[in-house]
Structures are given as structure tokens and as C-alpha cells.
Design a protein around this ligand. Structure first.
Ligand code: TMP
Length: 180
């Protein structure tokens, strides 16, 4: 539960957002009601710069400024859609609607200097919008952003439904153990 294998990547300076349902900044930008199903999944790119407020950018900006190549973008788009399909299924099985998420990618080099683009981010209620299928209740960081309360309980409920939190709660987790 507390171990992970970490590989160093060359981070691509983009936040890649996949949206299935109108919410947040997309709903605002186009005057859509939150919860409107989008005609298809939409991918957006944001330039990673806190100083500039992570502005949304087009593929033209990305390739012209050299943040990523056309091939990188093809790989990113294919991976982002696969991740979306996979996660949508996982969450659906837990009674949760995957509304949108935002992740980063990186270039991973092997010894022969071959490169492949890989996901280089966490996936959690901090960077996804997760709504209860039945009630539409927010189970993600919007509870914090919008001051809805019960942030911790919502995150724990997501973990519990995914089967990664013991029934008794986080205190049931065993401490780290030595692996042979
Ligand atoms: P947005 O609707 O505010 O653009 O957010 C879209 C998704 O991206 C949503 O799941 C929250 C996530 N997100 C981040 O992970 N980091 C951020 O800095 C922002 C603004 C959004």
C-alpha cells in the first residue's frame, strides 16, 4: 500500500484535460449547464506555468513553441483516451461517473535511447471530477474548492468503493513491512 516503483521522465510541460461531461471551466466558457453530456470526449491542453495561470493552448502553440512534437501529441491523445476509457469503466463499476480529469505526461528513455511517452501523474479525486451515479453528489476536490464540506469522507468513500480502503477506515492499514 505504501510502496511504488518510480521511473524518471522528462516531463512535457502540458496539463492534458479529458472531459466527458460539461463542468467547471468548460461549462463556464461555453455557458453549458454542469452535467450536460458532451457529444464525445474532448481533450484540452494547458501550458504548465503557474506564473501565467496555466493558460489553455492549441496544438499549434504546443508544436510551434516546441513543448511537444506532433508525434508526442498523437501519443498523448491516444494514451489520454485509453486512460479515459479504462478509468470510466473502473469508476462506473464503483457507481461513480468520471466527469473529467487532468494529467501530465513525460518522455521515458531506455538504455538504447529509445523513447516512449508515458503517463507521469497521480490519478486521484484531486485531479478528477467524480460524481455519484445516482445522486450526482461530488466526490472530488470540488468539495474543497466549492466549500461543500465532508472532503475527507468523500475521498474515503471513493477509496472504499474501489476496494482500496479497509472497511474500518484508514486506521486499519498495516504499517510498512519489509519485502523479500
Ligand atoms: P477545470 O474545469 O477547472 O478546467 O478542471 C478540469 C479538471 O482538471 C478537473 O477534474 C479538475 C482538474 N484540475 C487539476 O487537476 N488541476 C488544476 O490546476 C485545475 C484547474 C483543474
Amino acid at each position: 500500500m505504501r510502496e511504488q516503483l518510480v521511473r524518471e521522465v522528462e516531463i512535457i510541460p502540458l496539463e492534458v484535460c479529458v472531459r466527458n461531461v460539461a463542468a467547471g471551466s468548460l461549462a463556464q466558457r461555453f455557458g453549458l449547464a454542469e452535467g450536460t453530456q458532451l457529444p464525445r470526449s474532448i481533450i484540452e491542453y494547458y501550458f504548465k506555468s503557474e506564473a501565467l495561470g496555466n493558460p489553455m493552448v492549441s496544438e499549434e502553440h504546443v508544436t510551434a513553441f516546441g513543448w511537444a512534437t506532433t508525434q508526442d501529441l498523437d501519443d498523448i491523445m491516444a494514451l489520454a483516451l485509453r486512460i479515459n476509457d479504462f478509468l470510466s469503466g473502473v469508476f462506473l463499476g464503483a457507481g461513480i461517473r468520471l466527469v473529467d480529469f487532468r494529467v501530465e505526461f513525460g518522455r521515458l528513455y531506455n538504455n538504447d535511447d529509445e523513447m516512449r511517452v508515458v503517463l507521469a501523474d497521480e490519478i486521484s479525486p484531486d485531479n478528477c471530477r467524480l460524481w455519484d451515479i445516482k445522486t450526482g453528489e461530488r466526490m472530488d476536490k470540488d468539495r474543497f474548492r466549492r466549500d461543500l464540506g465532508n472532503v475527507e469522507e468523500a475521498y474515503q468513500e471513493v477509496a472504499r468503493r474501489l476496494g482500496i480502503l479497509p472497511e474500518g477506515g484508514p486506521r486499519d492499514l498495516k504499517g510498512p513491512s519489509t519485502m523479500q
